[in-house]
Design a protein around this ligand. Sequence first.
Ligand SMILES: [Zn+2]
Ligand SMILES: [Zn+2]
Length: 243
Amino acid sequence: MRELLKIIFSVHKCVSCREILGGADFDRAFCADCREVYLASKMSICPECSLEAEKCRCMPPMLKKNKVKALRKLFFYSKEKGGEPQNRLIYFIKKNMSRRVIRDVAKELKPLITGELARGELKGKPVLISVPRSRRALFEYGFDQSALLARELSELCDIEYLPLLKSRGIRAQKKLTAGERMKNVRGRLIVDQKEAERIKGRAVILLDDVVTTGASMSACARALLELGALEILGVAISSDIKT
Ligand SMILES: [Zn+2]
Ligand SMILES: [Zn+2]
């Protein structure tokens, strides 16, 4: 009974302004006003290729060095814009486990992935893998947001999701250089050896929430290529284009 009441009285709030959502917005991440600001932020142009975020395939040099094919993203992340809806979306999904918000983001990411597939960009039968959340954050929040997103996308795009990578305890990344970061992540990746066989000769769609230096994604990409993956396409909700 208590569970039932909880469902009846559950309210959905905008991830940015916390306004209670209703009507057509009930199952969305943003209220109408915040979504407008969010959509406008998606129009900002990549300084490298002059395309808007959803069309840009650019990536931090480190990802290129580690043979990632391209990085697709929904919008560009900028720390200076901390209070804006797009950044609040990122903070929200790091701290809250919300199927509604994850699904809304997954719906936006779907065309980026199906577009790559339609263009014949990915060889071999693709598989979805997520960059694992650090053990410490996993312990603190109790869930892995990129894994949740990967599961949702797996359903939406009908692509197999393999929970292949996990993270051991990890040193704080903040004070490390990009190279040190990658080593730090790399040394702490745990690969499910039983599942590893299944990525041989297949393209991997490697998913993360935010890509900044690209160290975490690079470490995962390198490990997956060594395990026999054919190629890696990076997909993130957001990426920092200045790095
Ligand atoms: Zn709002
Ligand atoms: Zn670009």
